[in-house]
Each structure stands twice: as structure tokens, then as C-alpha cells.
Write a new protein. Structure first.
Length: 296
């Protein structure tokens, strides 16, 4: 049974995490391990970014803490990674597929996050690696798990954590990894919405769409991020195609949130972010003086 290393007892009051008493049996390789959990009250919420990522202000007793690091359940033996509600719920045939891919999964993650160690307390490296692993694992799970949006959320979270890693270890290619992951998140978010619209994969039934851990922005948050990620990280080679996508995104969020001269804003925490995005899309489209034709 794998147990995480503990800090000395004298530092107990400053501990950020604890090890759950109930062991977990990995459905892929049958290894037994204990989850590392984050104590409550160890974070001080900061600003919300335009990507709906909650930042946190370091606290005197606990230092810099990133709740995202602890969200995924990862088997330290085979590196199977999934969100908590999914981890134990896979069918034997899918567990077999994941077991067959163990070596490739570990090798792929280690190429980017070579210092990751899931037998020790997690840090940014393990957090980013856990989301990279989840992207690989959800590729092998069926549509009932809504794998596409969960891959998209994982890619976005991994990009955020790589951004923090770049600040800690500049010049180690984490900035490049973040750019790649943002590109994957953009593609996966858009694909998830298309699959939902075609009835091929459920998105609106997913209980937590985040994208971060502090608040669930639901399907509206997904549509907002589709537009935001496209604006910031979408391809620019075909300018006409890009502007076509930007215009479609502008109309979608305007309709969703009731932006228009004769409409009232839809209440909710996304409104300010959506209005900023709407203005940014109009600027991208050179439509600063355009009259809004969308009505709520």
C-alpha cells in the first residue's frame, strides 16, 4: 500500500494536505493507495482571470497553495488519472484498455513532467502531470463519461499550472507546453459543444464544468470559454475564416447573455467577463461602431 510522506509532527499546524484513511483500489492495476486531500481554510481567494481561473493569494502559514493540484485521483503505480466521480466507475473492458496503455501513458507524461512523483506529496509538477494523464486516459473512455469536455477542462487546467511552473522554473519549456495545451483546450472545448449539439456526447449533464474548482459556470461557462479560447489561442493563418468564427462567437454570447440595446443583462457572475469579451470580439472584427442587432 502506498502512503505519502508526512511532514514532522511539529509542523502539523502548517500542513496543507492530509492523507485519507480509506484506501483506494485502482480498477486498472489493482494497486492500493491513499488519496492526498487538501485541508479546508488553506487558501485565500484572489482575482478571477478572463479564462475563469481563480487565483489565490499566498498565506503566511501555508504559503502558495493551488487547489487544482489535488483534484484528480491518480494511481501512483500505473498513473491512471481521472476525476473523482469517474475513477472507480470504469467497466472492466475499459480498465483493460487503460492497463495496456500504462507504459505509453507514463512515458508520454514523463517526457514533459519528468520530475513528477505520485508517491510523494504533490506539487505543481504532479498537478500538471495529473491533468496531462487525464487527457490520455479519457481518450479511452466511452461517450457516457463525456470524455471530450473533461479532456478540454484538463488541458486548460494543465496550461494554467504550466504557467505557474514557468514562473518557478523559467527556461524549462513550460511556457511552450502551456501554449500547446491552450491550443488543445481550444479545440476540445469547441468539439465538445459540436458533439453536444449533434447528440453524440452529453455535455450539459456533466455535474461540474468548472472550469476551475471554486465555482461551476456550467454550460454557459463552456460557451464563454469557447469564444475566449478562440480569440486568444485560435489559428490566424486564414484571416477570413478566423473573422467568420469570431463573428459567430460574438452572436452566440450576445444571444446567451442578452447583450443588446433593448435588452437587460442576464444576471450572474459571468456578465462582466462576457461584456469584456464581447467588446474584444467587436474590436477584433473592427465593429466598434456597429449597432447590436441581437436582442434578448
Amino acid at each position: 500500500m502506498v502512503r505519502y510522506a508526512q511532514k514532522p509532527e511539529s509542523d502539523k499546524e502548517k500542513k496543507v494536505t492530509f492523507v485519507s484513511k480509506e484506501p483506494i483500489i485502482c480498477p486498472v492495476c489493482e494497486a492500493s493507495f491513499n488519496r492526498e486531500e487538501l485541508f479546508s481554510g488553506r487558501v485565500n481567494a484572489g482575482d478571477l482571470t478572463d479564462e475563469l481561473h481563480r487565483t489565490y493569494i499566498p498565506m503566511h502559514n501555508y504559503g502558495e497553495v493551488h487547489p487544482l493540484v489535488y483534484e484528480l485521483t491518480v494511481c501512483p503505480a500505473c498513473w491512471y488519472s481521472a476525476y473523482r466521480p469517474d475513477f472507480l466507475g470504469i467497466a472492466p473492458k475499459h480498465a483493460a484498455l487503460l492497463k495496456d496503455e500504462t507504459a505509453g501513458r507514463i512515458e508520454a507524461a514523463q517526457r514533459v513532467f519528468g520530475a513528477a512523483d505520485f508517491n510523494a506529496p504533490r506539487g505543481l509538477m504532479e498537478g500538471a502531470a495529473s491533468y496531462h494523464l487525464a487527457m490520455l486516459c479519457y481518450e479511452l473512455l466511452p461517450k457516457e463519461f463525456s470524455p471530450t469536455i473533461k479532456q478540454g477542462i484538463s488541458a486548460l487546467r494543465a496550461a494554467w499550472l504550466c504557467g505557474y511552473l514557468e514562473k518557478k522554473q523559467p527556461g524549462e519549456n513550460f511556457a511552450y507546453a502551456a501554449r500547446v495545451l491552450y491550443g488543445k483546450a481550444r479545440f476540445l472545448y469547441r468539439l465538445a459543444v459540436e458533439l453536444e449539439q449533434k447528440g453524440k456526447e452529453q455535455l450539459t449533464t456533466v455535474k461540474w464544468l468548472g472550469p476551475d474548482t471554486d465555482k461551476n459556470y456550467g454550460f454557459e461557462g463552456v460557451l464563454y470559454l469557447c469564444a475566449m479560447l478562440e480569440l486568444k489561442y485560435g489559428p490566424r493563418e486564414d484571416e477570413a475564416k478566423r473573422l467568420e468564427v469570431m463573428d459567430a462567437n460574438k452572436r452566440t454570447i450576445a444571444k446567451m447573455f442578452g447583450i443588446g440595446r433593448k435588452s437587460k443583462s442576464k444576471p450572474g457572475p459571468l456578465v462582466d467577463k462576457v461584456r469584456d469579451l464581447y467588446d474584444a470580439l467587436k474590436k477584433e472584427l473592427h465593429q466598434d461602431e456597429e449597432e447590436d442587432e441581437e436582442q434578448a
